[in-house]
Write a protein that binds this ligand. Structure first.
Ligand SMILES: [Ca+2]
Ligand SMILES: [Ca+2]
Ligand SMILES: [Ca+2]
Length: 229
């Protein structure tokens, strides 16, 4: 009697592309021939080196390949999957040197365009999600989490690779947005404060960028407009 352990896994929560698991899976298919047609794994080899380069699998058994694992020396590098069988990739996986799953890419519109990358392991104690808001693979928003809770975000509004806006959240509510209006100072010179319900409280300025913000006044705005940013 053959049990397929893979069926008990939720593919959204498991590293579904791990090469060795797929290889074992393929071996299982040989041992359980009557059910092997429901799920099949196809190995593709480099024409010149004969190295295994891609493992393709039909996870849901509908006869169409829906998972691809790309390998180098039998080590998974990245994977792709079409979990909802609509013909478009909706999950991308990236592996580290130890074949560990590092981050998972997804499509916010489920249209085959990868625009969000979730880091699997916390970085410096924070969970992190990178987003390409323009969906051009250029990350312009980074979100940081404590557990499941969004605590801060960094934005690059002019796509120069440097953050120019920093948001702070409490309980998932935006409490402070800091801006570098020069887009080149690397530190904020303005900030907007919000209350616990996300309502506007005040605008403050730190034109010297020394970390001390003071309430913005009409005169202060005039200084900024005069170029002392
Ligand atoms: Ca399939
Ligand atoms: Ca899909
Ligand atoms: Ca920037």
């Amino acid at each position: 009697m053959c049990k397929r352990q893979g069926e008990a896994m939720n593919p959204r929560h498991q590293p579904v592309f791990f090469a060795m698991a797929l290889l074992a899976w393929a071996a299982w298919g040989v041992a359980c021939a009557p059910e092997a047609s429901a799920r099949r794994v196809v190995a593709s080899y480099d024409e010149f080196t004969s190295r295994l380069i891609v493992l393709s699998a039909d996870q849901n058994g509908d006869g169409r390949i829906d998972q691809w694992t790309y390998l180098n020396d039998n080590r998974p590098l990245r994977g792709e999957a079409d979990l909802d069988a609509d013909g478009r990739i909706d999950r991308w996986e990236y592996f580290g040197a130890q074949a560990d799953l590092v981050k998972v890419g997804t499509s916010s519109r489920n249209d085959g365009v990868e625009d969000t990358w979730t880091w699997v392991v916390p970085l410096n104690g924070e969970g992190r999600v990178d987003i390409a808001l323009k969906r051009d693979r250029q990350i312009d928003r980074r979100e940081f989490f404590q557990g499941p809770t969004l605590v801060r975000a960094e934005l690059d509004t002019n796509a120069d690779g440097k953050s120019d806006r920093w948001d702070r959240y409490e309980g998932g509510v935006l409490r402070e947005a800091r801006f570098d209006t020069s887009l080149s100072g690397a530190r904020a010179n303005w900030r907007i404060l919000y209350d616990g319900q996300g309502r506007f409280v005040a605008t403050e300025a730190d034109l010297e960028r020394d970390g001390t913000f003071v309430p913005a006044t009409a005169g202060g705005v005039g200084v900024v407009r005069g170029g002392r940013q």
